[in-house]
Ligand binder design. Structure first.
Ligand SMILES: [Zn+2]
Length: 335
């Protein structure tokens, strides 16, 4: 299989209908897209998450990374009975979107049904500047990870890293929780939630991917945030460093399972399909933020990111203590 371009991957992933617990179309397309990719092994765990390991020689850098994105998006599913069988003509909306807005969307005729899934019916539009689709959250994250795997493999880069594509994030991180509990990765591996999020606290659309120091529920691993920031600086990738506390992401779930975690988010317009005037609308991201994200994840898994010229906080304070020793003496004597 020839190496798929980012645009080709985006097109194929973004048009798949998806909803919490009904991620089969997305998972199948990810597997199809990764078919023939060298140096990778894929596995489906007991919860239905898709796990990928890239292994070509030894890992670069100190930290074993696990890139993660979720395959679901808020949407309608047919109401199940006790046996999990769909009840006729009955729908549940799963995920965080206020009910009045959802109902108005249905009245406007925006719901499109495929099997047990009902999604908002918007076309996928991809230009050099902008990507628009029903479910950028988090199919953009899935596409970015697929693109990372292919780019690293096609360049025959010697390294080792992991990726997970999870289920049922929008209803409370169920897939991520399963992985966090089982953790089929090295003990010290660091989870990187690859997300799309509403830009807040100074973050802007088009300003580059956001290195997320935390979310609404928790703050993330300080060393991992520093490693991502160092990598961005070394590779001259424009990023924003922010607390994105308008929502929560899978890094919080992994961390609650005792796994070191950090997040990288692409700024998202019309988060969860709500426009500024609270109408159901397509989500959108800028192409430059997505390409910068892929550059960053590639650099993260493929470089040493040793932070040349960077000193630890301990080293910096020790240095200052020596440098200012005479001032400390002088000041102390004058007390
Ligand atoms: Zn979401």
């Amino acid at each position: 299989m020839p190496v798929p371009t980012l645009t080709a991957i985006l097109k194929r992933i973004l048009k798949q209908p998806t909803a919490p617990f009904h991620e089969y179309h997305v998972r199948k397309e990810i597997e199809a897209l990764l078919d023939g990719c060298p140096h990778i092994k894929t596995k489906i765990d007991k919860f239905g998450n898709l796990l990928v390991t890239y292994k070509n020689g030894k890992r670069k850098g100190k930290l074993p990374w696990v890139l993660g994105a979720h395959m679901d998006h808020p949407g309608f599913v047919r109401t199940p009975n006790d046996k999990g069988k769909p009840i006729k003509d009955s729908w549940d909306f799963l995920g965080g979107v206020p009910k009045p807005e959802v109902e108005k969307g249905v009245k406007r005729g925006l719901r499109k049904v495929k099997g047990q899934i009902g999604t908002w019916n918007f076309p996928v539009k991809i230009t050099d500047g902008k990507i628009e689709a029903t479910a950028c959250d988090d199919l953009i994250g899935c596409a970015a990870i697929i693109s990372t795997l292919w780019d690293i493999a096609s360049l025959d880069i010697k390294t080792e890293f992991h990726a997970v594509f999870t289920r049922a994030e929008e209803v409370g991180f169920l897939g991520a929780w399963h992985i966090g509990q089982k953790w089929p990765f090295p003990k010290d591996a660091v989870f990187v939630s690859i997300e799309t999020s509403r830009p807040v606290n100074g973050a802007v659309m088009g300003g580059g991917p956001i290195v997320r120091v935390g979310d609404r529920l928790s703050v993330f691993d300080s060393d991992a945030v520093a490693a991502v920031m160092r990598t961005a600086t070394e590779q001259a990738i424009r990023v924003q460093r922010c607390l994105l506390d308008a929502g929560a992401c899978e890094a919080t779930a992994m961390q609650a399972c005792g796994r070191r975690s950090v997040g990288i988010s692409v700024p998202l317009g019309n988060y969860h399909n709500l426009s500024d005037d609270r109408k159901i609308a397509p989500e959108w991201v800028t192409m430059s933020d997505v390409t910068a994200l892929v550059s960053l994840t590639k650099a993260l898994v493929a470089t040493e990111h040793v932070g040349i010229g960077e000193r630890t906080i301990r080293e910096r304070v020790e240095m200052r203590k020596k440098e200012y020793a005479n001032h400390l003496k002088a000041g102390n004597a004058a007390f």
